[in-house]
Design a binder for this molecule. Structure first.
Ligand code: GLC
Length: 821
């Protein structure tokens, strides 16, 4: 295979002295001297031998580099990029004998002429990134590769879903969506392809997005410690270069280019319960009752492959699910949403409606001679829809109507690498043709986007059929930009402490690769966790946007109450914590949908200047304000924490710490330690059994004081529809200000036309050491209460917890709350 040739080529590079390597090197060609160039608006065209280079300046900090090795560019199409038109920034082009300099207000690209090599520099003329001088941009028949110099102190992050450690320096990675159950730290590739990474050097970051869907690889100094490279077995050298210097700025630009996640339905942020499988209606009802009887909150129950008739997608097993609509209606009334698995393989059975209509509408993948591609998956022999074909996506989407009518609301897209059991490549044959937007190309080009296009067909189809609700799609395989359609989970992990620990860097790298809605199978998919491991995993799950427990078939039950009473109580408290924090979590996801900033953020992403955060990550930020320090090892009741600069509060004890320090924190079995940034206002709510159970009442604003002034934003909407796009939301700015006389909280007039059901606001001022004199709302004195009572306005001081609590009716108008010291 070409892939193996590429790997052996890379290996041979390190053996430059051997004749063999010289021979293989000889097949490679790198860009030669610049012969001419032209400049038109924001595009610079460079001729070098047969090759043509196009450099497009899209923004002050974003440059696209595209090379046609034979001078002919293929059609410019991308599955990832959504923003194609950019307002050209001011560009200065200067030409000298040695080089062409293309400068924006933020960076310059220096195009060296003899030979053609690229160098990006900042305004102080510091090199941000440069081509490796002997190879630069190279090609060998259809293969393409870019070599870069690798500074000794540069670190690399991102690359989407990668097992193993956080910093990818000195690793070699491939991109080829693969179904590899029980992967370990060295397994690569696995399910998803995100050819996007950050280089971070001396507190400054740049980003590179190599938008090539073929099998590709990234060698970050594993072959040769002074250079790194990325390339693909075919397709173009086509990459986007982003300049920070902050990683946040890069991600903001990247998600402007490839789009941002749509706001998910609020219920999908509740607790989700899955296993392979809950095989009968009786068992599904038992599980639902199991939650409600034990008052353990839960929003979603999943049906894995056994709900179907012989694994035929869009069907039911009528024996085990005699009346799905009735079952789902009842469960919906009880606050549950039901999600079903859908795999791409359509059973090749001439009596099966989806196989019949799929054939009639010509949606399946075929060889060039018109013979269908048939491969084995769970149902036996299957045909595979060509999701790169618009009419096939439409056909797929339309097939959801019956499931939607029966009440299903969650769409779990699995096996969509696609995984095929009975062929040597474990996927679709390489010579099978895809429509590829009318280009008619082979599987090699379309493999890595297959899963993404399946989620697109699912998302668009469900949205078309049920326009009043936000679709919730979960996927295993994806490509850059796939977050526009789906959330993602990290596939078939194992019930081990190692996998719990590894899930953190994996989810962090995936998050900063543009996919903010992520989670791992809580408790581990393969194997059986101890009560302790499950409890710790669930605690981490509070701070992964997707909080879903799952299990393999033929394993003992793993629901949160299956580990003995002590753990049932701990697990209930953990899920209660998730529901308490839902208003904050919803705000974090709202922010992700608007700005691209993910919920889970590596420490370096937020605090780049603190060099302690460059390597592995066992702590992370969740949104702007929470520092999560999970327990990831067995029998641990205390852990080290690196606090970044600033002041921090222990969420559980209220204790205040000075940042810029390493501290130890107690981590008893029953709770996950985490910290709140001083100046934050964390919105929380009452515990409910599901998000549909009751409106938020009271909405509590937990105010963590800072010496300075600080502001936050609070966002809310109906949680389910797209009406927020038309202005139906409830949004306000909340400011806090501390002085020696008073603590002041200002709530701006509410923006937007959504009005939540009438409710109380409870404001908790933390860390108040002395009983205040009084509290006022808009200048009017509030009653000093003995205790907080439902629907009663007033305030009280709780000396034990050092909190002042003020309650009053929430309203749209501007409010000013003052606590006089
Ligand atoms: C795959 C999925 C897993 C699912 C199973 C059966 O292994 O990754 O989550 O339970 O298939 O559908």
């Amino acid at each position: 295979m070409i892939r193996n040739r590429a790997i052996s080529f890379l290996i041979s590079l390190s053996l430059l002295t051997s004749t063999l390597s010289l021979l293989s090197r000889a097949q490679w060609q790198s860009a030669s001297n610049v012969e001419s160039f032209s400049h038109n608006k924001n595009q610079i065209s460079v001729q070098s031998g047969k090759a043509t280079l196009h450099v497009n300046i899209l923004a002050e900090d974003l440059i696209r580099v595209r090379l046609a090795t034979n001078g002919v560019f293929p059609p410019d199409m991308s599955w990832a990029v959504v923003k194609k038109e950019w307002q050209a920034p001011q560009v200065n082009v200067t030409d000298s004998q040695k080089e062409i300099i293309v400068a924006t207000n933020e960076l310059s690209l220096i195009i060296n002429k003899k030979p053609l090599r690229l160098k990006f520099v900042d305004k102080q003329n510091h090199i941000i990134n440069e081509d490796e001088p002997t190879k630069g941009m190279s090609w060998n028949e259809s293969e393409v590769r870019v070599w870069k110099k690798m500074p000794q102190d540069e670190y690399y992050y991102g690359f989407g879903e990668k097992a193993g450690r956080f910093n990818r320096r000195w690793t070699h990675m491939s991109m080829w969506n693969s179904d590899i159950p029980a992967y370990d730290a060295d397994t690569d590739p696995i399910y998803q392809t995100h050819p996007f990474f950050y280089g971070v050097n001396k507190g400054k970051a740049y980003g590179i997005f190599f938008d090539n869907t073929y099998w590709s690889s990234f060698d970050m100094g594993k072959e040769n410690r002074s250079q790194y490279s990325f390339g693909a077995e075919a397709g173009e050298i086509n990459y986007y270069f982003f300049y920070g210097p902050s990683p946040k700025k890069i991600l903001s630009r990247y998600t402007e280019l490839v789009g941002r996640m749509p706001l998910p339905p609020r219920w999908s942020l509740g607790y989700q319960q899955s296993r392979w499988s809950y095989p009968t209606e009786t068992r599904v009802r038992e599980i639902a009752k199991g939650f409600r009887d034990r008052t353990i909150p839960c929003d979603v129950i999943y049906l894995d492959i056994d709900y179907m008739d012989g694994y035929r997608i869009f069907t039911w097993n009528n024996k085990n699910f005699p009346n799905p609509k009735k079952m789902i209606d009842d469960l919906t009334k009880d606050g549950f949403k039901i999600a079903v698995i859908v795999d791409p393989g359509i059973k090749a059975d001439t009596a099966y409606h989806a196989f019949k209509s799929g054939n009639a509408q010509d949606v399946f993948l075929k060889y060039p001679d018109g013979k269908p591609f048939i491969g084995k998956v769970w149902p036996g022999e299957c045909a595979f829809p060509d999701f790169t074909k618009e009419s096939a996506r439409k056909w797929w989407g339309d097939n959801f109507s019956a499931l939607i009518e029966s009440g299903i609301r969650g769409w779990w897209n699995d096996m969509n690498e696609p995984s095929v059991f009975d062929v040597p490549t474990k996927t679709v044959d390489p010579d099978v043709l895809h429509d590829d937007n009318g280009l008619k190309t082979g599987h090699a080009k379309n493999h890595n986007i297959y899963g993404m296009q399946m989620t697109r067909a699912t998302y668009d189809g469900v949205k078309r059929l049920l326009p009043a609700e936000r679709p919730f799609v979960l996927t295993r395989a994806s490509y850059a930009g796939g977050h526009r359609y789906s959330s993602a989970w990290t596939g078939d992990n194992t019930s081990t402490w190692r996998d719990l620990e590894m899930s953190v860097p994996m989810l962090l790298n995936l998050s900063i690769s543009g996919q903010p809605f992520v989670g791992a199978d809580i408790g581990g998919f393969i194997g059986y966790p101890s009560g302790e491991l499950f409890a710790r995993w669930l605690q981490l799950g509070v701070f992964t946007p997707l909080m879903r427990a799952h299990s393999v078939i033929n394993e003992k039950n793993k629901e949160p109450w299956e580990f003995g009473d002590e753990f049932t109580n701990i697990n209930r408290e953990t899920i209660n914590l998730r529901y308490t924090l839902l208003p904050y979590i919803y705000n974090v996801m709202y922010q992700a949908s608007v700005t691209g900033m993910p919920a889970m953020r590596p420490m370096m992403f937020e605090y780049l200047e603190d060099g302690n955060f460059n390597w592995n990550q066992d702590q992370f930020m969740f949104g702007d304000d929470l520092l999560i320090t999970p327990v990831l090892t067995q029998a641990t009741t205390e852990r080290n924490v690196r606090l970044p600069e600033g002041d921090w509060y222990n969420y559980w004890t209220g204790q205040k710490y000075k940042g810029g320090n390493d501290i130890k924190v107690a981590a008893p079995l029953n709770r996950i330690p985490f910290f709140v940034r001083a100046g934050a206002i964390i919105p929380t709510q009452q515990v409910v059994q599901s998000t549909s159970q009751a409106p938020i009442d009271p909405l509590t604003l937990n105010v963590y004081p800072t010496e300075l002034q600080a502001t936050s934003t609070y966002y809310e909407d109906d949680g389910i529809s797209f009406e927020y796009e038309k202005g139906k939301y409830w949004k306000r700015t909340i400011g806090q200000w501390n002085s020696s006389q008073a603590i002041t909280l200002t709530l701006s007039k509410v923006e937007g036309s959504y009005t939540p059901p009438g409710r109380m606001l409870a404001v908790k001022f933390m860390n108040v050491s002395k009983e205040p004199k009084s509290a006022q709302m808009n200048g009017q004195k509030l009653e000093n209460l003995q205790r907080i009572e439902n629907k009663r306005e007033g305030w009280m001081f709780d000396a034990a917890s050092k909190q002042v609590i003020v309650t009053f009716k929430d309203q749209k108008s501007e409010l000013q709350l003052r606590v006089l010291r």
